[in-house]
Design a protein around this ligand. Structure first.
Ligand SMILES: Nc1ncnc2c1ncn2[C@@H]1O[C@H](COP(=O)(O)OP(=O)(O)OP(=O)(O)O)[C@@H](O)[C@H]1O
Length: 268
């Protein structure tokens, strides 16, 4: 059974929608995610998953519906305001500062929490150094969690692909978020890298007590980590339930495999 949400949910989405030209990419999308819940968002290619993330992070303005972070209405907020409020994400296509070092990539995400003045920064006053040192220490802790502590001073572009994906997660954690949106974190990873990612995601869940919404095509990963899964197809929610319920749902099987395929083909 899914965890009952007794308090104000971390994320509440009500009938969110967006139309591009004549195409309704997301239609009446609703979901509640409770504190430290881990929810999967799946669906065939072009179903509207990334568009949901873009709506939740202020990249797109919804044409209908609304969403709330811990009760605070977030519609119409710009991306930096959404991040400051506590929603952070990773991207399908890795977006790092490739010429910066691994640790610098994490430290820049912490800048919004720093309170030194421009003068302190220009003249490198003690307050500046103190906060820089604290940020560096925190960044190293986050890199340790994603198993990249020993790579802190390497330029990001020199990391292998799987490690760049893990650095993205450390960057998202650096913002000090309440809700983490992971967009296909296992894309392009080999089985060893995926298994390592799985361990890291589990550590993040327990250590940070944050809520996670995961988009992922690797069904075995989704089935292992998610407590609840919501399935969309052509922008519309077609199912929601536990991994077991979803894996056996005929509508979901049909959406993934087409009407002519035999039922009972495992999604996991
Ligand atoms: N900015 C845009 N302008 C026009 N159409 C868009 C835009 N962004 C997304 N779409 C369309 O909206 C639909 C949903 O796309 P989206 O990328 O959200 O799907 P997805 O489920 O994330 O797919 P995938 O699993 O392949 O990444 C697609 O038909 C896509 O072409």
């Amino acid at each position: 059974m899914s965890k009952e949400i007794k308090e104000v949910p971390v994320l509440r989405v009500q009938n969110l929608g967006i139309t591009f030209g004549g195409l309704k990419a997301v239609d009446s999308f609703s979901i509640d995610i409770g504190k430290s819940e881990f929810v999967g968002l799946i669906g065939p290619n072009g179903a509207g998953k990334t568009t949901v993330f873009n709506l939740l992070t202020g990249v797109y303005m919804p044409t209908e519906g609304s969403f709330y972070l811990e009760g605070q209405k977030m519609n119409g907020k710009k991306t930096h305001q959404v991040v400051a409020a506590g929603i952070s994400r990773t991207f399908q296509n890795i977006r790092l500062f490739k010429k910066m070092t691994v640790i610098e990539n994490v430290m820049v995400t912490m800048n919004m929490h720093m309170s030194y003045s421009l003068v302190s920064s220009i003249f490198r006053l003690p307050k500046y150094w103190k906060q820089e040192e604290e940020a560096r220490k925190k960044a190293l802790e986050l890199l340790d969690i994603v198993n990249l502590k020993d790579k802190a001073d390497i330029t990001a572009e020199n990391l292998p692909y799987g490690q760049q994906r893990r650095l993205e997660i450390a960057r998202a954690l650096g913002t000090g978020m309440k809700l983490l949106l992971l967009d296909e974190p296992a894309a392009g990873m080999n089985p060893t890298e995926t298994s390592e990612l799985l361990d890291i995601i589990n550590v993040i869940r327990t250590k940070f007590n944050i809520s996670i919404l995961l988009i992922e095509h690797d069904m075995s990963l989704v089935m292992k980590v998610c407590e609840r899964i919501q399935v969309i197809d052509y922008g519309v929610t077609i199912a929601s339930g536990t991994p077991e319920e979803i894996a056996n749902n005929p509508k979901v099987i049909e959406a993934y495999l087409g009407k002519d395929e035999e039922e009972g083909v495992a999604l996991c």
